[in-house]
Design a protein around this ligand. Structure first.
Ligand code: AMP
Ligand code: ZN
Length: 115
């Protein structure tokens, strides 16, 4: 997708602080972290949002959760725990229209996940 920020990051056209990469998934540090650990995990393939997932994408989504598990292990926060958030669409507060999974951690998070 032209003019998609996260497609450009996936292609290396815009720099990012990578924490994990394979042929179909990339994880990098959020530029404006809301917690000590704030990592974004994206499919390299352009998928606009959770609402745009096709049947053929479902196994990829499963592998993204596998990558999140690997990242938590490699980065040393698996034991302490963390939160995964996916904002979807206007009411979900999604600002970048390329599916991404926020990994938030490094501190004790509140029990109310959203307002
Ligand atoms: P969302 O509101 O769920 O669409 O989240 C978009 C996230 O992307 C925000 O947390 C931003 O801080 C983050 N972000 C925007 N531009 C960049 C960038 N160039 N590199 C890393 N993170 C970014
Ligand atoms: Zn994209």
């Amino acid at each position: 997708m032209e003019d998609c920020l996260f497609c450009k990051i996936a292609k290396g056209e815009i720099p990012s602080q990578k924490v994990f990469e394979n042929d179909e998934i990339l994880a990098f540090k959020d530029i404006n972290p809301i917690a000590p650990i704030h990592i974004l995990v994206i499919p390299k393939k352009h998928i606009t949002s959770l609402a745009h997932i096709q049947k053929e994408d479902e196994e990829l989504i499963g592998r993204i959760y596998g990558a999140i598990n690997t990242i938590s292990e490699e980065q040393g926060f698996k034991q302490d725990g963390y939160r995964v958030i996916v904002n979807c669409g206007k009411n979900g507060g999604q600002e970048v229209m390329h599916l991404h999974f926020h990994i938030i951690g490094g501190k004790k998070l509140g029990t109310k996940i959203a307002t």
